[in-house]
Design a protein around this ligand. Structure first.
Ligand code: C2E
Ligand code: MG
Ligand code: MG
Length: 730
């Protein structure tokens, strides 16, 4: 490559030196050596690609032909060459063009395996636009060629028509390949453009070939760029694409169209070959097609959901208003579906899996509906369906059918995934006379179906008040945080080996000014929705640690456990802040346990690990709450810094009555112990369960059987009573 570059520089510099006398060193030696180097580089590249790359082989053959044709021109004096077309050198040049056009065709083919017809159209416009402009440019030469080919210049590439074809080809390819024009393509295209431009200038000059003019420099530079391209193309590291942006891809057909227009304007002023006028007119006619077709495609795109290919919210609006517009008397139903626990699928299996689930859900729904029903994906995991000729009964039976269709497990990443869906139904015309009203009511009904776990629910006017309550509650929550309306209740954790109590769980309640004491299930979801979880956690931590400090000063130190929601993950300063809060109250870090759920671990594993490692590093213990209910894998038990598992109540409730449930609890306790973790059983409601847990070697128990969560003062009393009972029984 270096030798070739040096020779090309030297040759071009030699050509551009002033002076008219013959320069055998430049025109003879340097020219020959340079061509040898060009041919050498091309074949070396083809060899590097193990002679398996057709484009490199064709280019090498083409460049070799040029070198041979040039040698013929130099060696055979003008009077010894045949007068009629084609002379051997002409043939060489022509075949070069054919070969290089094939190279371009191969590259295009490879990059766009399925050619969109709009791309082809753009290319055709590019080709025709370039052709019409070139025909005008070359008209003096073209007009002088007669059918014997007598006007064809005896040297150079010989035929301006081929030049025209090549430039048009390049223009067309440049247009179609706007998005895939790679760096190495640019070298090839630039080389060809320079080579062809030199040909055009040569043809226009009409002086015949004279050795040693600056035109030789043009051909040499063009070929050098082509050879450089072969070198780059044989290097696999260069294979990465450098995309030309969309504006460039759009600009090229625009330029071609402008060229066509220019030719037509020119044709009205001066005589121009008919061919040029015809080409220009066709260019303009074709240019109009994409405008129309793009409009159509854009419309379709704007109304289709990218992921599932179903109509989107916009299409739903258009479709529904069209249907309502044609027949307002017909009863209809709008169903709004929302997948249950979709977020957990996303968090535990990743967004790709979530996306694939949505696609499969879309297909199932589509398969379960009639042809005339309008199905759309209106948001993340929300689908809407408009049923024509449907009253409440029909809508409910369709809802039941859809739920059955979705109840069959989906296969995702090789695992069978069971999902369920909540469906809200709104009826037309009685519950709303446009889509906005129907959607709002279906949404309230869906919310109701979800909160009551009923699967589907038809809107009733009481649901509306529920929706309004929700909005009001959101506003009140902000006030609650500012005005200190949150209170903590504490539930003891009993050490099953001794019966003593060393720790308690802090559970938040909202002392609502009018609605009384509210439990977490009535407001925590709203706290998340209103992005207030950070404030709530902060408040709960403050109150819990204040209480721990107070117990410590009373000489009865108790460890408090505080629940952290998955959204606490965004707070990277949490470990430091908690550390400072403990230090400010003179509490050791073992005075605090943080309870996290599996979705905390799954949402962003790296961040969760980082936060947990830092918390654990400062001595704070970590407990996994509701263990056994999430989608997470067991691997996190091994990999993450955890101290304790809290087996979810749903496993504990049935254990006294069901031997299999008891066996499951027993083996989970063994699993925890095997990993060096403590096991806490939640939801212990009777003595049978308590005794069974003691038998199975569970470490701690928490439940209504021992104590409900109660205010601190009440807990103090409970502890005193318990201590006296213990003393009495001794
Ligand atoms: P959790 O952390 O699993 O708390 C245990 C829940 O089970 C508590 O409900 C408790 O009252 C209840 N429970 C305890 N023993 C029994 C029993 O024997 N039988 C039955 N049926 N239930 C029992 P609670 O207080 O309504 O809290 C519900 C959930 O709300 C908690 O589940 C926790 O996930 C969340 N939560 C509570 N306080 C906070 C908080 O301060 N921050 C956050 N982020 N979440 C909290
Ligand atoms: Mg908890
Ligand atoms: Mg729990």
């Amino acid at each position: 490559m270096w030798v070739m570059a040096l020779l090309v520089y030297a040759y071009v510099a030699g050509l551009l030196l002033p002076g008219n006398e013959p320069r055998p060193l430049v025109d003879g030696w340097l020219a020959s050596l340079m061509k040898l180097a060009l041919v050498g580089v091309c074949w070396a590249s083809a060899a590097r690609a193990r002679f398996r790359s057709p484009e490199l082989l064709l280019t090498a053959a083409g460049v070799t032909l040029i070198a041979l044709a040039d040698t013929y021109l130099v060696l055979v004096p003008a009077d010894a060459r045949p007068v009629t077309f084609p002379a051997p050198n002409n043939l060489g040049y022509l075949v070069f063009y054919v070969l290089l056009l094939s190279v371009l065709a191969i590259l295009v083919r490879r990059h766009i395996r399925t050619v969109a017809w709009s791309v082809l159209l753009d290319s055709t416009i590019g080709i025709l636009g370039a052709c019409s402009a070139l025909v005008v440019l070359l008209s003096p030469v073209l007009l002088s060629i007669d059918e014997t080919g007598a006007g064809i210049p005896a040297a150079g590439t010989g035929n301006p028509l081929f030049t025209l074809l090549l430039v048009a080809g390049i223009a067309g390819i440049a247009v179609s390949q706007g998005p895939v024009a790679t760096r190495r393509w640019i070298l090839l295209v630039l080389g060809l453009v320079i080579f062809a431009s030199t040909d055009i200038v040569f043809a226009l000059l009409g002086t015949g070939y004279v050795v040693g003019t600056p035109l030789d420099a043009g051909w040499a530079v063009g070929l050098a760029l082509i050879a450089t391209w072969t070198d780059a193309a044989a290097n696999p590291e260069m294979a990465s694409s450098h995309y030309v942006n969309g504006t460039a891809a759009l600009a090229l057909p625009a330029v071609s169209t402008a060229a066509g227009l220019g030719v037509l304007i020119l044709a009205s002023q001066v005589p121009i070959p008919v061919l040029a006028v015809g080409l220009a007119a066709t260019t303009l006619a074709l240019a109009a097609i994409p405008l129309v077709s793009r409009q159509v495609a854009l419309r379709r795109q704007a109304r289709t959901d990218d992921l599932t290919g179903l109509p989107n919210r916009r299409a739903l609006y258009a479709g529904v208003s069209l249907r309502l517009g044609t027949d307002r008397s017909q009863p209809r139903a709008l169903l709004l579906l929302d997948l249950d626990r979709f977020k957990e699928v996303n968090d535990s299996l990743g967004h790709d899996a979530g996306d694939r689930l949505l696609v499969q859900v879309g297909n199932r729904l589509h398969g379960a509906l009639r042809a005339g029903d309008l199905l759309a994906r209106v948001g993340g995991d929300e689908f809407a369906i408009l049923l024509d000729h449907s009253g409440q009964q029909e809508a409910e039976s369709v809802a039941a059918k859809l739920r059955t269709a979705l109840a069959v497990p989906f296969t995702l990443e090789g695992i069978a995934l069971q999902t369920s869906v909540s469906i809200g139904i709104a009826l037309y015309p009685e519950q709303g006379d446009d889509l906005t009203a129907l959607l709002r009511k279906a949404d309230m009904a869906m919310y109701k179906a979800k909160s009551s776990n009923s699967g589907h629910h038809v809107y009733r006017s009481v649901d509306n008040s529920h929706g309004e309550t929700r909005l009001r509650t959101l506003q009140e929550l902000r006030v609650a945080l500012q005005e200190d309306q949150l209170v903590l209740h504490f539930q003891p954790k009993i050490d099953l080996s001794t019966g003593s109590v060393h720790s308690v769980e802090a559970l938040v309640r909202w002392n609502h000014p009018t609605r009384g004491l509210l439990f977490p299930d009535q407001f925590l979801a709203l706290v998340e929705e209103a992005n207030l979880m950070h404030g709530l956690t902060q408040e709960v931590l403050r109150k819990a640690l204040d209480q721990a400090q107070s117990w410590k000063t009373q000489g009865r130190p108790l460890t408090v456990a505080v629940n952290l929601s998955a959204s606490s993950l965004i707070d990277v300063d949490l470990p430091e802040r908690v550390g400072a809060m403990l230090a400010a109250r003179g509490l050791a870090s073992c005075a605090l346990i943080l309870e996290i759920t599996e979705d905390f671990l799954m949402a962003d594993r790296d961040r969760a690990r980082d936060i947990l490692v830092r918390l654990r590093g400062s001595g704070i213990r970590i407990s996994v709450d509701d263990f056994g209910t999430g989608y997470s894998s067991l691997a996190y038990l091994r990999d993450l810094p955890i101290d304790e598992l809290k087996l979810d109540q749903s496993f504990v409730f049935p254990m006294a009555a069901d031997a299999r449930a008891a066996a499951l609890v027993a083996s989970t306790i063994d699993l925890a112990h095997g990993l060096g973790l403590r096991m806490v059983a939640e939801g212990v409601e009777d003595s049978a369960t308590y005794d069974a847990l003691v038998r199975h070697g569970c470490d701690y128990a928490q439940g209504y059987f021992m104590s409900r969560p109660v205010p601190a003062a009440q807990l103090d009393q409970w502890l005193v009573e318990r201590a006296s009972v213990a003393t009495l029984s001794q």
